[in-house]
Design a protein around this ligand. Sequence first.
Ligand code: SF4
Length: 490
Amino acid sequence: MSTTPVSEPMAIDSRSGSAAIIATEPAAQNSNHSCRDADLISKYDVSGPRYTSYPTALQFSETYTEATYRQQAQVNLKQGIAPVSLYVHVPFCQNICYYCACNKIVTADRSVARTYLDYLHKEISLQSELVGKYRPVTQLHLGGGTPTFFDGAELTELMHLLASHYNLSDSEQREYSIEIDPRTVTQDSLALLKGLGFNRLSLGVQDFDEQVQRAINRRQSVAMIKTLTETARLYQFKSVSYDLIYGLPLQTPASLAETLATVIDLSPDRIAFYNYAHLPQRFSSQRAIDRLDLPSAQQKIAMLALIAEQLTAAGYRHIGMDHFVKPQDELARAQQAGKLQRNFQGYSTSLAQDLVGLGVSSISSLHASYAQNERDLDAYYQRLDRGELPISKGVELTVDDQIRRQIIVQLICNLQLSIASIEKQFAIHFSEYFSQELLALQLIENDGLLSCEGDKVIIHERGRPMLRNICMCFDRYLPQGATASFSQTL
Ligand code: SF4
């Protein structure tokens, strides 16, 4: 799997890659996991956003144009040498995975890569003039589609293009990551990626069960993953992350337990466990999945509990909604210190204020706005042929949006909200500004999922599966009937 750069709503958010800390005792220590409570499951199993952005992509509009983006970039240029993050989207895949909700183009025609790289060059040139080519790039992420659809020469060319238009970092602290479809790389590919400056790998594992792999049209052996993991260690990548999915067709708690045991044995540094959301009306490839093969909401909740129990028992720390990391990992330390951050690329310790998305459908986050590139490849090419930035839509955040975004980030990253910090940052009186939202939180507190203590809202471990529901209390756009477009929260 790869990750779509950020568009909400999405069925699978790979990184998915997404805020003072308290409250998070390991799930394994909590045998009374609330998610086994059938009443609570049905009460909280509603449609809702994953909050890879706030406002979500549903609020993006075409009134946000290239001119708006250029204005935002001007504010940005004043930031001088503030760090910046880059995301590059490579949309091509060799094969279709049935569960996929990413923006991708499945093709066997390798020549499309050459054309795409030429257009990326145009966009990289335009963007670097706007967003400050001297700002250090502390984070770089290649996602897709399948970034390794590019061969070694093309990946090398891409990195040289980026290096000649941006201030790529050689700091040990940089986070340069790439999504890997294990079926498309060799051990030599990993050596090349290390040489090109990548220090983090994300392997799309999904599930090890053969029946499940057949049902999702993604066959890859344990041996293949094991070899790549060991090779990555040999080349001293800073971290190897596995992307896995629960809720897939033919998956059962028992089969998932076996996959988890294999994962624990292979010992990746980080694990992202995404919730498969079946939205065949939105994602045509999902129509190949028989809905009767899908686990029930109750089974999915049992899987969620199993994931937390097995991984925490194996020593992993549960981060945010769906990530697990080893205790010595910097994400674990950041969460303990209340400094965990999240953007479209996932959780991070050193997030730059601004993110520039490059490539078809990519999303940028500049100053107080989000901007999305054309989602259609031809439209993306045509805009660049005219010398334009391929911005198709976006949203400028109001102050209210910024307040709510900050609250949601705190809740999702740190499972705690510091009311005092919000009051200080935005000069508001929280209980007056959010009187209705506090009433909604009270109802969730009555269910034992969180506590409002003094100037803190603290989400309990048993409330972690309902994190999206809790964030929804602060989403002012949901009452406008948007929920049907989102995936189920549980
Ligand atoms: S089709 Fe498969 S490899 Fe391609 S983006 Fe989707 S999940 Fe990733």
